[in-house]
Write a protein that binds this ligand. Sequence first.
Ligand code: TYD
Ligand code: ZN
Length: 408
Amino acid sequence: MTRVETVARALYDLHCYAPDNGWDTTHGKSRRGLYMADARCALKADDDTFAACRVCGAPTRIVADLGSIPLANSFTRDAPRFPVRVEVCDDCVLAQLEETVDPSIMFCEYPYRSSLSSTFVAAAKTLVEAQDVTENDFVVEIGSNDGYLLRHYQCRILGVDPSDVPADVPTRREFFTEHLAEQIRASHGPARVMHANNVIAHCPDPHTIMAGIKTLLDPDGVAYVESPHVDGLAWDTLYHEHVFYWSATAMCRLADKHGLAVVDAERLDVHGGSVRYHLRHRGVPTEAVLDLIGRESSVRWTLDRDMTLDCERLRRIVDRARRAGKRVCGYGAAAKGAVLLAVSGVDVDFVCDTTPGKQGQVMPGTDIPIVDESHLGYADVAVLFAWNFHDEIVNRVEFDGEWVMPHG
Ligand code: TYD
Ligand code: ZN
């Protein structure tokens, strides 16, 4: 073993893994995540090949390298660039970024509006309507964005979101932490229902989120945690904001470390395949959870290969269209579009997007303008960057040209 490996192994043995029951709960909570982050930084300086899972501490291996790409929601020509390398823990089937960017750089000025997607709003409404809450109950959403979900509740509600997105529900403008959870519980009481949609994938320290849920959740309460599932992960969804790509295995381990149980899991058809985990203080997992875990050992890591093939295909399609004198645009100034442009080097004339805050800006790190949807008619070929909304967009938008999907 090299010196770095020896140090890493010692940290791993000491702080992260208890051979008796598999999971060490004595060091616990957010300290572990931060500690491992520190250990990783120290190790990175010497040796680039050894890192540790931020949930269980086991060694990880690199499965995708996108190079240095612009922050995918920074709509300026000079968007800062950072490397995106993804490593996987074979124990948890958890994928994570090798290095993370300070979340306050990425999330405080955030152009994303959940309400602009009718798919999201409809899914949120259905979920809210299924909850058994009365007027006096308290519901909290972590990452509440513009209030697209909480506004459907007829009870006491509180959103937590650090961004500057205008919201029509009461919102604490902060990152959710265990400390904030204690404050909210002291002022409002425990939460009967908690939601965290696409949050736990974005946070470098998932331990503080889980510890916060444990603190704030009513003894009979339920927390819904949604996150894209690691199986079938698309390479253009790998970017700085997505620190983790969760498996049910890793989610169960994280919950267990913080005294919570994943009691159910639903597969959702959003973001290329997500899972909604149901967490309670105690309970046994349903077949759905066990089934997911059972399949996860056979997840195949083909991200680098998929990336190469998709980029080659896209370059061929765009080159051919250009040689035929056609105009090529992108549809959806999605973060995944920024990743696709940066990695493939493909050039488009403009990108259409319905988000007012994105229109008039440029795609991250480029001169490609973002314009409203009425410009689509000027293009002969449109690359559907926002492929996750394929049905919603292709059925609604009138376009006589050719739609091109980024993944062949
Ligand atoms: P999003 O789903 O947020 O993807 P990412 O997480 O990769 O950023 O992005 C979808 C983008 O597509 C968003 O900018 C809104 C835009 N959009 C449209 O322009 N028209 C539409 O009909 C829909 C559904 C989305
Ligand atoms: Zn792990």
